[in-house]
Design a protein around this ligand. Structure first.
Ligand code: AN7
Length: 374
């Protein structure tokens, strides 16, 4: 029997929940999507109650497109460590624990390291995270340190760090938790389930930032699985967006020196390249590049027009949607994935805000009123 702990199905007075949770509480994505995941009663579920993130309508973005389109953002920056990586990490760490691992390793532009550190800690494992020195946003670094990971900075980029951790995982007793770990994508595919559960069907377009191309692969897996189960009637076109200075899937060749202010996707040689190309072909999707300027204007627009604060890399999905808006069919339903929280990168926010702190207000009401314009 599969253990499908849908809390909504428990009677209100149920005392049978093994988790001893209130019936209305979300149990984390492994419990919620148990039948769809490679888990068993032997799997220790390491969770921070990730998943169940909101799908938020963004009418001002839709207005910029016209054509009666509907646009939503999947705000995955509301996961426990502030990014979609938690979805993959709850699975990867639970399965590593099940296999008896004592330590995990990843290369990271920041979010993977934060998630790996948090989940490893909860699973009683050590975490080694290898990062490109100087190119990880402050919030992410702060998280990895505070969660107690061993943070190793290399004088190189993500792609070099990735090569090193792959070799380490072959040679030393550490489990790789980058997206080559198959359980990562299994966890991440649940975001597609949530979108279908919320909309009642798959969207026409799924717009998503692409770095190492794990997430686009995972979403497609999720949509296809739900489709096969009859839970949605259609499949979306998968629209992947890369930063113009780090766009190997757009140019068709690895980018030896990736550069973008969206450091999360500063990746020149995606590990999941072939799978991403297969997703593009199967979904009749496309890869497009967005410039840092386009990313920043979408980043500011989301905050200023919708009250949604994402990190710059995440805004690539909205920047990309606006860039290719001519191609959107009339009346289409579009979901843009916001992969990470804006609080991850406070430096970028302050540097690129067009708003400023009004300095020099004296600590009295008259001075405050003057500054307020009254
Ligand atoms: C906010 O943390 O690769 O295409 O090491 O942090 O699945 O790689 C982060 C990637 C998009 C790209 N948005 O996802 C890492 C890392 C944010 C991200 C991506 C990342 P993939």
């Amino acid at each position: 029997m599969t253990l499908s702990l849908n809390p909504n199905r428990l009677p209100p007075d149920s005392h049978s929940s093994q988790l001893q949770i209130a019936p209305h509480r979300w149990p984390g994505l492994i419990q919620a999507y148990w039948p769809y995941l490679p888990v068993s009663d032997q799997t220790p579920v390491i969770t921070l109650m990730e998943g169940n993130t909101p799908l938020i309508p963004v009418p001002s973005i839709a207005d910029r497109i016209g054509k009666s389109v509907q646009v939503f953002v999947k705000y995955d920056g509301l996961n426990p460590t502030g990014s979609f990586k938690d979805r993959g990490m709850t699975m990867a760490i639970s399965k590593a624990k099940e296999a008896g691992a004592e330590a995990v390793i990843c290369a990271s532009t920041g979010n993977t390291s934060a998630a790996a550190a948090a989940y490893a800690l909860r699973g009683g494992m050590r975490a080694f995270v290898v990062i490109p020195d100087g190119y990880v946003a402050l919030g992410k670094l702060a998280q990895a340190l505070l969660y107690g990971a061993k943070v190793l900075a290399i004088q190189g980029n993500f792609d070099q760090a990735f090569d090193m951790v792959c070799q380490s995982a072959e040679k030393y007793p550490v489990t790789l938790v980058n997206s080559l770990n198959p359980y990562r994508l299994e966890g991440q595919k649940t975001a597609a389930f949530e979108i279908v559960d919320a909309l009642g069907d798959a969207p026409d377009w799924l717009c998503i930032p692409v770095g190492n191309a794990g997430n686009i692969t995972a979403y497609w897996m999720g949509f296809c699985e739900y489709h096969a189960q009859g839970r949605c009637d259609r499949l979306p076109r998968m629209m992947g967006f890369q930063a113009a200075g780090a766009a190997p899937l757009v140019t068709g060749e690895p980018c030896p020196h990736p550069e973008t202010l969206a450091t999360a996707i500063r990746i020149g040689n995606p590990a999941n390249r072939d799978r991403a190309l297969a997703v593009q072909a199967a979904s009749q999707g496309a890869f497009n590049a967005v410039t840092d300027e386009e990313i920043l204007s979408a980043y500011r627009l989301l905050a200023a027009a919708e009250g949604i604060f994402c990190e710059p890399a995440s805004a690539a999905s909205v920047a990309g949607l606006l860039k290719v808006k001519e191609q959107i069919p009339v009346g289409a339903r579009v979901v843009c994935v916001l992969t990470g929280n804006g609080l991850k990168d406070p430096d970028a926010a302050i540097k690129h805000s067009q708003n400023q702190v009004h300095q020099g207000v004296e600590p009295n009401l008259a001075s405050l009123a003057t500054a307020m314009g009254f």
